[in-house]
Design a protein. Structure first.
Length: 408
């Protein structure tokens, strides 16, 4: 018999807050976490804006680890530690062999790659750090978190671009649902606000080029011209309902459904004609055992790129009609690459817990190809909503949808 799966712990580092309560307050109030890039000199760069984590507190980590590890690893460790503490799990009573970790990442430790290449060029290969390889591997956040939490169960890093965080949560949900694990720490971490990836995304014409934070990340707005890169991490503690109840855990929400598929169409563009992403959303609905009209709110992928927003709007209208409320919280947090799906899952959980739908900010000009029922400006009360969905679509055609149910 399949287990029900619930969320019992939350941890986060993002531009709008490095703990769930601060993040949620800022999200509810429509605060913008985007600003001019401060981590490097943007002279000569088209993109000037990002959503940086400026209050990052890594004091809980050993100084040696801070010296050698990449920023994405450190963010994942802090967020996972928060989530574990928030869950109230006790290491003395947790069965470590049935405790797994799935932490996604999209680009690895790119800042350490930049540093390593500079050392190679200026000082030669003999001066390379012996910690270079462990600092850049995309799986190392998941591995490090497992060490921190003594989690000896399943461990994986889903590298599926911007859908990675959602897929990590979805695959972790499956592990618990079918009895492979009791507990999973699941989410994603990305820290790519450095010259190399910013230049690369700019070369693709994917990033917004302006310098006005309030008119930069504007999903579904007719003026949209590209996404704003962000950084951060989000980790959820998932448990089987029976395990959570046995220890009297606080439950934030239930994961009701998960669906994923692939466009198999284009390396970077979504499949606008065939709308393959509808299949991922339908699979999530089928997994949850509900019809489309039960979804009250959707946290859209909504990147603020022309083709993505147009494709997602058409898909949502085709499957759901104009019934659900929709917003893209990337308007405030920027696009955290793989970590976006994890962050938006966390925000969706908070929406159900509080009965408040998060807003989309910066929206001014209606696009007839993006005709959805938007939540704009500030959070909107909807205490009766029972089900909410979070969409994530990534380069390579990776599509994922998570459906959460309000816990009562």
């Amino acid at each position: 018999m399949a287990e029900r799966v619930v969320v019992t712990g939350l941890g986060v580092m993002a531009s709008l807050g490095s703990d769930p309560d601060t993040l949620w307050e800022n999200i509810k109030n429509g605060k913008n976490g985007i600003g001019l890039i401060t981590s490097f000199d943007t002279e000569g760069f088209d993109a000037k804006l990002a959503a940086e984590v400026k209050d990052a507190d890594f004091s809980s980590l050993p100084k040696r680890d801070l010296l050698f590890d990449s920023r994405f690893i450190n963010m994942a460790r802090v967020s996972a530690s928060q989530a574990y503490k928030d869950s109230g799990l006790n290491p003395d009573t947790v069965c470590s062999d049935r405790f797994g970790v799935y932490i996604s990442n999209s680009m690895g430790g790119v800042e350490k790659i930049e540093d390593g290449l500079r050392v190679m060029k200026e000082k030669g290969p003999s001066r390379m750090s012996p910690m270079m390889i462990p600092s850049i591997l995309p799986n190392m956040a998941s591995g490090r978190v497992a060490i921190d939490l003594s989690a000896k169960g399943s461990n994986m890093a889903s590298v599926s671009a911007c859908s990675g965080g959602a897929m990590s949560i979805g695959e972790a949900y499956i592990k618990i649902r079918y009895g492979y694990e009791d507990i999973m720490a699941a989410g994603a971490s990305d820290a790519s606000i450095i010259p190399f990836p910013v230049a690369g995304f700019s070369a693709m014409k994917a990033l917004h080029k302006g310098d006005d934070p309030d008119n930069a990340s504007i999903p579904f707005d007719k003026r949209r011209s590209g996404f704003v890169i962000g950084e951060g991490a989000a980790v959820l503690i998932l448990e089987s309902l029976s395990h959570a109840k046995s220890r009297g855990a606080r439950i934030y929400a239930e994961i009701a459904g998960y669906g994923c598929n692939c466009d198999a169409y284009n390396p970077v563009a979504p499949d606008y004609e065939n709308l393959t992403c509808i299949g991922a959303m339908q699979k999530a609905l089928d997994d949850a055992g509900i019809s489309a009209d039960r979804i009250a709110y959707i946290n859209a992928h909504g990147t603020s790129t022309v083709i993505n927003d147009r494709t997602e709007s058409r898909a949502v209208n085709e499957l759901f009609g104009k019934r659900p409320y929709v917003s893209s919280t990337k308007s405030m947090t920027g696009h955290l690459l793989s970590a976006s799906g994890a962050l938006e899952a966390l925000i969706t959980v908070k929406a159900l817990e509080t009965g408040m739908m998060p807003p989309m900010t910066g929206y001014k000009e209606f696009d007839p190809e993006c005709d959805l029922n938007f939540v704009l400006g500030k959070a909107q009360s909807n205490p009766d909503m029972e089900y909410a969905a979070s969409n994530s679509f990534g380069f390579g055609g990776h599509n994922a949808c998570l459906i959460f149910r309000k816990w009562t």
